[in-house]
Structure formats: structure tokens, C-alpha cells
Ligand binder design. Structure first.
Ligand SMILES: CC(C)CCC[C@@H](C)[C@H]1CC[C@H]2[C@@H]3CC=C4C[C@@H](O)CC[C@]4(C)[C@H]3CC[C@]12C
Length: 557
């Protein structure tokens, strides 16, 4: 630090921070070791109890026909001061730590927590198809395609599902190890959201694409729709709750930050194999807001992603602002907001994030659901837990829900106010990790999101994230090119505030004058049909003031 010419005071400050962090860790680790030893000591006893209890109760699975199947218990070991507050308003052009990525807590300890898992033969055929953790990802998508389209008698049945990629391209250059500390050490005490980071800390996914990751388990909404049609409002609400939780699953173990899209950048995802069509646009730079809209079989889902961040030194707290809305074609509506996310170990240790707080999923008809994402404590042996209750409009509890946001969720439906605890139904289970892991720890679903086939390239507007050059270079492992392009686009993006002040308007969304929320104005897919991209500027190209282009009168830069 001396060699780098840092002042004595700054160095002392840093030393102090590091020292107090170590002390804290030391005490906590000591405590944890003791706990762990006593836990190991009691293990034989605990296993005996759990095993005999499960045998007696027969933890079971309820399928749509109310048939119950026993599932076996299984023991799995997973190896696994000063606060700066800011909304995205203040974030730098790149930084918006709100777009930093989540990462897991696969820490240095191995815990053995008892969890239930399905034996294949026990699952209902429906569940087996939906949750089959097939190692062949493409095949898995094909399955869903056949199912989601069959029975509808649509011509689309005849279309072949797109074959999506199962791995990222091999990196062209060798990766460079850059420590995060070396990047932020000069910014101690400053708002980290203002720190511009080189691409090594990015994943090749934009925040717009990240919004679509929340839709990976959209089949839960198809189930919810069907349950509602059959008059099973409790199961509908439970499936909606499972969907709301499932969006967090892919945040596990992700150490990198998604790209902060440019103002007006868009992302489309046409996934006929899942029966959905998704679209998102960055609608505001200050504050940073992304709006999205998704159409599925019998439902529509929309909302905006906007977070307020607080930087505490070693952690960042992200409080999402805004409401997500789900509307079924039969008129039932559910609304909820996301819970708080904390990113830990920014300076020392392995970066990971956790989600905590209460999520109220309010329905406009019979049922609503309250979910609690448990606050994490260092001594918690079973972290990432989610618990919930479904209540009717009179406030009577009709079902409960429990599980983990990074694993699975089970529910118990209460009969006549009495909890039928013997019967647990698996609502949702996270897909297996990809067979070709990436250094960004992307899920199989996420790996497909930035794929650009020649056929798709022809159809995209010039604003689509897949066409962003720095992100593409990063995906190809061309780090130097990625960095220089990122710098160029960041310079360009600095004009965004001016553009917004000069009355820039999103192309596909409109702000509701009453509630201030963004609503899709429609027409994207229709414009795509005709390849008519009027009003969609080449946001990734050279700046018009480079004198190579005439400045269009309509561009408010
Ligand atoms: C300094 C850098 C390298 C750290 C990387 C931080 C990662 C873990 C951060 C950056 C931005 C973060 C995301 C920002 C916004 C949201 C929306 C919220 O409702 C769920 C969490 C989620 C999706 C965050 C997950 C964690 C996240 C991806």
C-alpha cells in the first residue's frame, strides 16, 4: 500500500477494518466449531429419530389426483459502521451494484442436513416430467414443449422446438485473476455503487436477461392456471408462491455482476417450448429501472426491477422497489414484492448472497399467501429456509409451505382447519446444475439466454442485449476487447441522464400516471413479424458526434 502511494491514514483505516473482520471471523469460527462438534456427537441419535419418524409418518407426495406416494428420507452433505445508502439514482453508469450478482454461501463447512427427495418411481408422471433433472438439457426442454403445446390443437405443435445450447463458447484468451479488493481499496468509505469495475467481475448476461431468469420455472404458473380452472384455489395460490420463490434459485453461487443495460436496451425471449414469450426494456437510467412483460398459457406476468442499495463495507443490502403482478386469464390477480437481498464478503472471504424478509402475495379473490425468507445467522445449520402460509379472506390458515429457495418447496394442505401434517406435496424442485459448468456458475437455463443464432440475429431489433459487443466479447473470453468496448459504451451511457431530462421515453413501456408503474404498450412481437423497428436506435454503435454520422434531429443527446 505504501508502494502504491496511499496515505498513512487510509492504510491505518484499512488495517483496522481487516483486523476487526478477522477477529469477528475467528470468534465466530470457534463458536461454530464447537457447535459442529456437539452436532456430530448427537448425529447417530438424530438420524435414528428422523428415520423412525419418517417411517411412521410416511412423508408423502400428493399429486393432482390426490394419490399419495411415500418418499424416502435422504441425508445429503453439501460441500459447499458506516452505511452508504443509495437508490439506483446515484449509481454510476456501470456500477449499479444492484446489478452485481448473487453468489452462494457454499462455505468452508460441510453440513449434513436431512432433506427429503423424490425417488423417481414415487413421483407422479406429471411431476416426473416437470422435475426430471435430465442431464440432457435440450431433451428436457423438448419434453416441456411437447407437453405445453399438446392438447391445444394449435399449428405450433408442428413446429420443431429450438435446440438451445448447453455450454458457453470456449474462452479465446486466458482469464486474468483480478482481486475485487484491488479494485475497491481506493474507494473505502465511498459509495461502492459508484465504482466502475472491469469486465472480469461481470457475467455475460445483462440485467434484462437476468429478469427473465425469474421465469425459468414458469410451468408452475401453467399449473396454477389449471388448478384455478378446476376450482382448486388453494393449490393455485401455492403454485404462485412456489413460482415467486423459484426465481431466487439461480442466484445461488453466482459470483459475478450482470451487465447494466443501456437506456433503451431491450431483451426478448421467445420460448415456445415453455409456452412463454418474454420482453424487457431498460426504461430509466436515474433511477435504474427495468420493466418486463411475459405472456404464458393462461396468464400474464409483468413488473419492474429497481433496487435501493446500502453499502456497509463488507456487505451490500439490496431492497427491491416495485410490485410484480400476475394476472390469470380468468381474472384472478396476484401481486407481490421481492424480499431483501444481502451480498456478503465483498472484501474478505467467498462472496455470496442471501435473501431475507417477508413476501406478501396478495390475491384479489379467495386466497393470499405470506412467505418468510428466514434471516441468516452464522450458526444456522439449515440456511436459506422459506416458510409460508396460505390464508383465505377471513384469515383462516388453509395451507402451509416450507423449503429452501435454492432447493425445493413442499406444501401441506390443511383440512377443516386441522393441519394434515402427514402429507407433504413437492411443489417445486430446482433443476440439476449444467453438465458443462461455467466460471460464472450459470444454470442450464441461463446458459441459453445470450445465444445468438444467425436465424435469430435477423429478427432482433438493434437494441437487444444479445447484440451488445462488450457482453459478447466477454462471453467469447476476449477480455481486452470486452473492456475497451465496455469503456466506450459507458462513456456513451453518461449521456443517458441528459437524454432522460430531455424527455426521452421508453419505446415499449409507458408509465402509469396513477401508480407510477410501467406498463407494456404492446406491439413488440407484431413489429418483429414485420422487422419494422421504427424508433429503435442503434444504441451499441459509435456515437453520432464522432462526425462519421450526421446527428439525427430526434436524438436528444
Ligand atoms: C462486486 C461484484 C463482483 C459482486 C457481485 C454481486 C452479485 C452477487 C449481485 C449484484 C447484483 C445483484 C442482483 C441485483 C438485483 C436483484 C433483484 C432482487 O430482487 C433479487 C436479487 C438480485 C437478482 C441481485 C442478486 C445478487 C446480485 C447479482
Amino acid at each position: 500500500m505504501h508502494a502504491e502511494g496511499l496515505g498513512e491514514e487510509v492504510i491505518k483505516d484499512c488495517e483496522q477494518i481487516v483486523h476487526s473482520e478477522f477477529l469477528q471471523y475467528y470468534t465466530q469460527m470457534k463458536q461454530r466449531c464447537e457447535e459442529y462438534l456437539s452436532f456430530l456427537g448427537s448425529l447417530p441419535q438424530q438420524l435414528e429419530v428422523t428415520f423412525s419418524q419418517d417411517l411412521l409418518l410416511g412423508v408423502s407426495v400428493l399429486n393432482e389426483q390426490d394419490t399419495t406416494h411415500s418418499i424416502r428420507p435422504e441425508c445429503s452433505c453439501s460441500g459447499h459502521g458506516k452505511c452508504c445508502e443509495s437508490s439506483n439514482t446515484e449509481s454510476s453508469d456501470d456500477a449499479g451494484i444492484q446489478e452485481l450478482d448473487e453468489s452462494s454461501d457454499e462455505d468452508d463447512y460441510n453440513f449434513c442436513d436431512t432433506r427429503q427427495s423424490f425417488s423417481d418411481s414415487a413421483a407422479s408422471p406429471d411431476m416426473r416430467m416437470k422435475h426430471s433433472n435430465s442431464s440432457n438439457d435440450v431433451q428436457q426442454y423438448n419434453h416441456n414443449f411437447v407437453e405445453s403445446r399438446s392438447g391445444k390443437g394449435e399449428n405450433e405443435c408442428l413446429l420443431l422446438p429450438p435446440k438451445r445450447r448447453t455450454k458457453l463458447p470456449e474462452p479465446v484468451e486466458k482469464e486474468k485473476g483480478v482481486s475485487l479488493w484491488s479494485m475497491i481499496k481506493d474507494n473505502v468509505g465511498k459509495d461502492l455503487t459508484r465504482v466502475c469495475l472491469p469486465v472480469y467481475f461481470n457475467e455475460p448476461i445483462s440485467s434484462l436477461q437476468k429478469c427473465f431468469e425469474d421465469l425459468e420455472y414458469s410451468h408452475l404458473l401453467d399449473h396454477a392456471y389449471d388448478y384455478g380452472l378446476k376450482g382448486n384455489s388453494v393449490m393455485r395460490t401455492l403454485c404462485v408462491a412456489a413460482f415467486a420463490v423459484s426465481g431466487y434459485a439461480s442466484s445461488d453461487g453466482r459470483p459475478c455482476k450482470p451487465f447494466n443495460p443501456l437506456l433503451g436496451e431491450t431483451y426478448e425471449a421467445d420460448f415456445p417450448e415453455n409456452g412463454i414469450r418474454f420482453f424487457s426494456e431498460k426504461v430509466s437510467h436515474h433511477p435504474m429501472v427495468m420493466a418486463c412483460h411475459c405472456e404464458g398459457r393462461g396468464w400474464k406476468f409483468w413488473g419492474e426491477s429497481n433496487v435501493k442499495s446500502k453499502f456497509w463495507g463488507q456487505t451490500i443490502q439490496l431492497d427491491p422497489v416495485g410490485v410484480l403482478t400476475l394476472e390469470f386469464d380468468d381474472g384472478e390477480i396476484f401481486k407481490w414484492s421481492k424480499v431483501t437481498t444481502t451480498i456478503n464478503n465483498l472484501i474478505i472471504g467467498r462472496l455470496y448472497c442471501h435473501h431475507h424478509g417477508t413476501m406478501k402475495i396478495s390475491g384479489n379473490r379467495q386466497h393470499s399467501c405470506k412467505l418468510t425468507f428466514k434471516q441468516q445467522s452464522f450458526l444456522e445449520r439449515n440456511p436459506r429456509q422459506v416458510q409460508g402460509v396460505v390464508e383465505d379472506i377471513g384469515g383462516t390458515k388453509v395451507a402451509t409451505l416450507r423449503g429452501k429457495w435454492d432447493e425445493s418447496l413442499y406444501c401441506n394442505v390443511t383440512n377443516d382447519g386441522v393441519n394434515s401434517s402427514a402429507e407433504s406435496t413437492l411443489l417445486w424442485e430446482k433443476h440439476e446444475p449444467p453438465t458443462n459448468p461455467t466460471r460464472y456458475n450459470l444454470s442450464s437455463f441461463a446458459i441459453t439466454l445470450n445465444e445468438l443464432t444467425p436465424n435469430l440475429k435477423e429478427k432482433l431489433p438493434p437494441t437487444d442485449s444479445r447484440l451488445r459487443p462488450d457482453q459478447r466479447h466477454l462471453e467469447n473470453g476476449e477480455y481486452d476487447k470486452a473492456n475497451s468496448e465496455k469503456l466506450r459504451l459507458e462513456t456513451r451511457q453518461r449521456m443517458a441522464r441528459k437524454m432522460q431530462d430531455n424527455g426521452w421515453k421508453p419505446r415499449w413501456f409507458d408509465r402509469d400516471t396513477e401508480d407510477g408503474a410501467f406498463h407494456y404498450t404492446g406491439g413488440y412481437w407484431e413489429a418483429r413479424e414485420q422487422r419494422k423497428w421504427d424508433g429503435c436506435r442503434d444504441i451499441f454503435g459509435e456515437l453520432p458526434d464522432k462526425k462519421t454520422y450526421p446527428v439525427p434531429a430526434s436524438v436528444g443527446i
